[in-house]
Design a protein. Structure first.
Length: 186
């Protein structure tokens, strides 16, 4: 890959996507970007960042493999509205022979405030069998270069965060059942 123009970009940390605009048809009845389109913007940035390691449309057509989303956790931090421009940063957290764990931040392109974050796990898939399969050696080598650069960055505080409510305020099925049982005893 020494003659490949992408090689120097693998050393940038974090990766920063091109600017993307919130389209009018993506605005919902609340007057802000519908949650589905955060995924669209994040996905476009994922295409950009992983094309640097060779995972792109050519990879799919030439090697008959791709990578599929397996898990995604988005935190919505601030509303985006029509016409806002955003950029997404990407950090490769970990990888192994078949998986990618990465973190994305969506920021307003001009003002810099955080709109959303996305933690993701993707799987490398053979497009013929549609089964998870190991990455080829050249892709693993490129991922190692990217991971080395991204390892210089601190881990985001929300990595591994679970969805949940504080115990003291959450109304659970167990609490409702116990409350009903207590009422029938009195």
């Amino acid at each position: 890959m020494k003659d490949d123009i992408r090689a120097p970009a693998l050393f940038f940390a974090p990766f920063v996507s091109s600017a993307m605009r919130v389209e009018p048809e993506w605005i919902d009845y609340n007057g802000h970007l519908n949650m589905a389109y955060y995924h669209v913007l994040f996905d476009r940035a994922v295409d950009e960042v992983f094309s640097l390691v060779g995972l792109n449309q050519d990879y799919v057509s030439e090697r008959h493999a791709s990578f599929f989303a397996a898990e995604c956790h988005i935190l919505y931090k601030r509303e985006l509205t029509e016409g806002d421009q955003v950029r997404v940063t990407a950090q490769l957290i970990a990888f192994d022979e078949k998986r990618l764990h990465y973190y994305l931040e969506m920021r307003h392109a001009h003002e810099g405030w955080l709109a959303a974050t996305s933690e993701n796990l993707s799987l490398h898939v053979d497009m013929g069998s549609r089964k998870v399969t190991p990455f080829p050696a050249d892709i693993l080598a490129n991922l190692a270069l990217m991971k080395a650069a991204h390892s210089m960055m601190p881990l985001p505080a929300t990595i591994g965060r679970m969805i949940g409510m504080p115990r003291k305020t959450a109304i659970t099925v167990e609490a409702l059942t116990a409350e009903r049982e207590a009422e029938t005893r009195h």
